[in-house]
Design a protein around this ligand. Structure first.
Ligand code: HEC
Length: 182
């Protein structure tokens, strides 16, 4: 009984190999899906666009097109989001936490209450000469992510706004597009 069957090892190895392949097949699609953000669809993007324009009022400082042509002349000059180098995660962080020593507000209600943002608390913010203004409204994590998805889909890296992009952006020939010659 001490004799190992000649084909024991190879068979054992192939069983292990099959197990690894099966495991790999199970893991790979999940990882790929993660990257492609499976929840991203037209209605999420439309929700993000609405939150950007209305509840977050991002356009007051950044412009409806995100190009820095703000819709409210009394507001601070927001960055040109069409040219930002931030990825989705970076966008989420800046929207949640604002930007220290600038006029970009923090939209997470608890941004500076528990150190979740840049490890800072309310008291630490006094050290900065420029205070972040209060946000027009605070946003839930889910709302922040919808705005980030909208920005990635329709704003970031899309180049300067022009007539064709304006029609695509709004889904029709709206008044806003008259500012851009055909
Ligand atoms: C009160 C004006 C104001 C409002 C409202 C505002 N922002 Fe900003 N935002 C700014 C300013 C000013 C900056 C530039 C900060 C700096 O100096 O780096 C900025 C920077 C940013 C940046 C970083 C860009 C980069 O490339 O570094 C992002 C992203 C951003 N804002 C997104 C948003 C979104 C999304 C909203 C709405 C949820 C919003 N902002 C609302 C003023 C505003």
């Amino acid at each position: 009984m001490t004799n190992t069957p000649p084909n024991f090892r190879p068979r054992f190895c192939s069983v292990v190999a099959v197990a690894f392949v099966a495991l790999g097949l199970a893991i790979v699609p999940a990882a790929a899906q993660e990257k492609e953000q499976p929840t991203l669809n037209a209605s999420d993007i439309a929700d993000g666009m609405r939150l950007y324009q209305q509840k977050g009022n991002c356009q007051a400082c950044h412009g409806w097109a995100g190009d820095g042509h703000k819709t409210d002349s009394q507001m601070p000059d927001g960055a040109n989001l069409r040219e930002t180098k931030l990825n989705r995660a970076g966008l989420v962080t800046v929207i949640k936490c604002g930007r220290l020593n600038s006029q970009m507000p923090a939209f997470d209600k608890f941004a500076y209450s528990d150190g979740r943002c840049y490890g800072k608390k309310q008291a630490d913010l006094r050290a900065y000469p420029t205070r972040m203004p209060d946000p027009p409204a605070t946003l839930q994590q889910r709302e922040i992510e919808l705005i980030a998805d909208f920005l990635v889909a329709k704003v970031v890296g899309k180049g300067p706004m022009d007539h064709a992009k304006c029609v695509e952006f709004w889904g029709s020939e709206t008044d806003a597009c008259k500012d851009f010659p055909k």
